[in-house]
Design a protein around this ligand. Structure first.
Ligand SMILES: Cc1cc2nc3c(=O)[nH]c(=O)nc-3n(C[C@H](O)[C@H](O)[C@H](O)COP(=O)(O)O)c2cc1C
Length: 308
């Protein structure tokens, strides 16, 4: 009998589905594949308008769920040997559709299952993966591997291109800017992960899959980004509370604070971020040992509360 794999994912642009399709390219005829999309009842419009984009931050950071469509019964009742769970970070947390799904009754589909997380991000997913690990543990799911694909351009370039992509829908390279998102060559190269996944699954060796994928380059971590995420998440927590004092999502009373947050974020990214990168580089030298330990932890599958 062919092994049964459920592919569960959310993607506004289709990037994550494209990544997962490449991962499964070499094994799709050897397994039974079932796909289910994670969908909010009220979809977020793409491309985004500026206010709704930044207005999504407080609830994303506080994991306050939106209403999600339930998964169909045939998916909920399916027997799966493996679930591929595709997700992306928003504001250093799992996107709101993902954290909402993980808190919804449909998340029970993950209970007791082997799960591979597949991330398609700009480049900051560590804190968010910690939250995904936390939910998976609560659901009694077994995380067996994590594959993260990121935009490998510099922080400033990837921010500029992701902004253009999010607000205009245009992904292609233009002028001095490269194409937005994960580089197409890296997406194509994700095909190399399929065969080891199949082998470990059919030979009952899922426990050693993550290590093998790591050796193949499934996660590349930049220690400087650990420091930037630590700093960013503190600021997001403060701003999420400050904005919510004025009302819930879309409340006109909070638009003023949402716009203040937007302006601050732009200053932080384009003016403070080079300074933060420099101070991170200095800290990196001073705290190299402990940061390298952090990097090892974030490459792993274990969940320890409060690591970031
Ligand atoms: C509201 C919003 C916030 C985002 N925040 C982050 C982030 O904190 N870290 C990151 O690496 N990427 C971030 N991204 C990029 C996404 O993770 C993702 O790679 C990109 O939006 C592609 O979307 P898709 O997977 O829904 O197709 C953000 C995107 C959006 C729309």
């Amino acid at each position: 009998m062919k092994p049964r794999i459920l592919v569960l994912y959310f993607s506004q642009t289709g990037q994550l589905r494209h990544i997962i399709d490449n991962i499964l390219q070499d094994i799709k005829d050897k397994v039974e594949l079932e796909y289910a999309q994670i969908e909010p009842v009220i979809p977020y419009s793409f491309p985004w308008k500026a206010v709704p984009f930044f207005d999504a931050m407080p609830e994303t950071v506080q994991h306050l769920p939106i209403e999600m469509k339930p998964l169909p019964d045939n998916i909920m009742n399916g027997q799966y040997d493996l679930v591929i769970f595709g997700w992306q970070p928003w504001f250093l947390n799992p996107s709101l559709p993902i954290s909402s799904f993980l808190q919804s009754p449909s998340a029970k589909v993950l209970s007791g299952k082997n799960v591979i997380t597949v991330i398609g991000a700009r480049n900051m997913w560590l804190h968010a993966q910690e939250k995904v690990k936390m939910y998976l543990e609560k659901l009694n799911a077994k995380l067996v591997a994590n594959i993260a694909l990121v935009d490998t351009n510099t922080n400033i370039i990837s921010t500029l291109t992701v902004i253009r992509w999010s607000f205009t829908g245009r992904k292609e390279a233009k002028g001095l800017l490269p194409a937005a998102g994960v580089q197409e060559k890296d997406i194509a190269a994700a095909q190399r992960y399929g065969t080891p996944i199949y082998k470990h699954l059919t030979e009952n060796r899922l426990d050693t899959l993550h290590h093998e994928l790591l050796m193949m380059g499934s996660l590349k971590l930049n220690p400087g980004l650990v420091l930037l995420e630590q700093k960013g998440i503190k600021n997001f927590r403060f701003w999420s509370k400050y904005i919510r004092e004025k009302g819930g999502p879309g409340d006109p009373n909070r638009v003023g604070r949402v716009k203040q947050f937007k302006n601050l974020l732009i200053v932080a990214i384009f003016i403070l971020s080079p300074i933060s990168a420099l101070s991170a580089a200095i800290k990196l030298q001073l705290k190299k040992k402990s940061l390298l330990k952090d990097v090892e932890y974030f490459k792993g599958l274990k969940y320890e509360e409060g690591r970031i």
